[in-house]
Design a protein around this ligand. Sequence first.
Ligand SMILES: Nc1nc2c(ncn2[C@@H]2O[C@H](COP(=O)(O)OP(=O)(O)OP(=O)(O)O)[C@@H](O)[C@H]2O)c(=O)[nH]1
Length: 600
Amino acid sequence: MGSERQKHIRNFSIVAHIDHGKSTLADRLIEYTGTLTTREMETQVLDNMELEQERGITIKAQAVRLIYKREDGEYILNLIDTPGHVDFNYEVSRSLQACEGAILVVDATQGIQAQTLANCYLAMGNDLEIVPVINKIDLPSARVDEVVKEIEDVIGLEAHTAPKVSAKTGINIVDVLDAVVDRIPQPKGEDDAPLKALIFDSYYDSYKGVVAYVRVKEGVIHPGKKIKFMASNKIYEVTEVGVFTPGMMPVEMLYSGDVGYVTGSIKNVRDARVGDTITDAANPAKEALPGYKKAIPMVFSGIYPIDGAKYEELKEALEKLQLNDAALSFEYENSVALGFGFRCGFLGLLHMEIIQERIEREFNIDIITTAPSVIYKVFRTDGDVIEITNPTNLPSPNEIEHMEEPVVKASIITPTEYVGAVMDLCQTRRGVYINMEYIEQTRAVLNYILPLNEIIYDFFDTLKSRTRGYASLDYEMSGYQKTTLVKLDILLNSELVDALSMIVPEDRAYTKGRNITEKLKEVIPRQMFEIPIQAAIGSKIIARETVKAMRKDVLAKCYGGDISRKKKLLEKQKEGKKRMRQVGSVEVPQDAFMAVLKVE
Ligand SMILES: Nc1nc2c(ncn2[C@@H]2O[C@H](COP(=O)(O)OP(=O)(O)OP(=O)(O)O)[C@@H](O)[C@H]2O)c(=O)[nH]1
């Protein structure tokens, strides 16, 4: 039946479509329960990564303990924050496993959006109690009654009694706390059973070592205890356990039902993987907690240091990032054009951009990223099937029987007036229409099968611009489909640049080749000699542009003998050079590698 203590614990997450106010609501809950003073609040506390704030999205799941006092007693509410972007669905799912319930925030001006549905289904799949909360009721454009109806009709959750709040102004926030206490079940589990604690997040701290965020399901955990990580089989002694207030506050013991952290001078996060179960080394549990939905990288690209000497540094940076990011994968790769680097696997394009930015900002390494690729399956004529994430490794056409590419089931919610525009976009991206449903006659849910390759570049941006920002997108992997694909190569000054090769559908190769050569012509600066830019399939050239030779030296601009000015100019030129990479005989700017992706 659970202990007296557990009656006063609730573990919950907040899920929502992006921008529906999850972080703002979390802040209000923190503020209301007095976990932080208003001054400490300043900015949204749960989004505390610098990058995250700039992009306004929640990336890493975090936790905070709220103390809520009301007439019938004092409750410990453990709030576990979850990310809202499709790239990070895996983090949502692992956070949800640590909870008994979830608040589903729906923006009263926007209603149900694609990720409202996706996150809600994810929570339902984890058997969580879902508490809908209608947010932004302070806005004049709020349509509370309609949104209640949408939630009831589309999701099938009772929503008349849902808290109707403004996370911004604080209206009715207490209703949310009451709903959490009254509707979300208390945790179960026995303190005297063998320890089972689920790691739902972790990060590397240079003083404490790996800090594992845990939900204790059974048993207790305290400093001095020898613990075993069931997947890695590693044993450590606990040095500290604690709770999030939201800073880390050490406590004597974590009991079953608790959410907190565990440290143990763990040097390597691979020993304490997210999703693993911690047990008692002396009295181990018979089996681990059911595994998480594993994060599988979907998008791969090469990352190379601009300065080849920084290869080791780049490796260390990736290792460090991996400590905090179970979904990031990398392996050594070698490119003729770019030298030593790494083939990295990401959840999606946003994830990739975030990693790139962190390498440059936090580790101060200038990098070149090559065109992202999905995982292609190549069925060889000799009967073997291989998986390709780097176009360079594609066997020659005569060795290929056929190829398959990954596809996703995409679900797009749009106001009905943009249905035509959305269908048109999906069509040009090789989409296959499945069906369309209506939400209250004003909006439509369009379901398509789309090649993953078509949506990893700029699908989302294009969708947004074609629907004036109103459409929302969610997608899930949906297997592989047979497609006729070819490798498109780019030659600079007649030399093949392996890092610019990409795999494209055969019927798109010509257009793509033309667009890429045109784009490269724009981004490659003039040099001392003429540079032909060619696109080729095998030995067949399908497009060509030329960068004309430079006529004047930069110094020619300096009249007279103003040395300091000349110096400045040379200095500036050196700065510019840093972002360049010598590829064969040609200097290629870093953004050329990304620019080729952005071509339609
Ligand atoms: N008017 C009004 N604006 C709100 C309310 N709640 C949130 N907002 C605003 O909506 C925007 C998005 O809020 P966030 O809390 O960052 O949304 P989120 O769901 O956490 O978004 P991600 O972290 O990006 O997933 C911000 O500009 C908030 O200030 C509300 O109740 N009323």
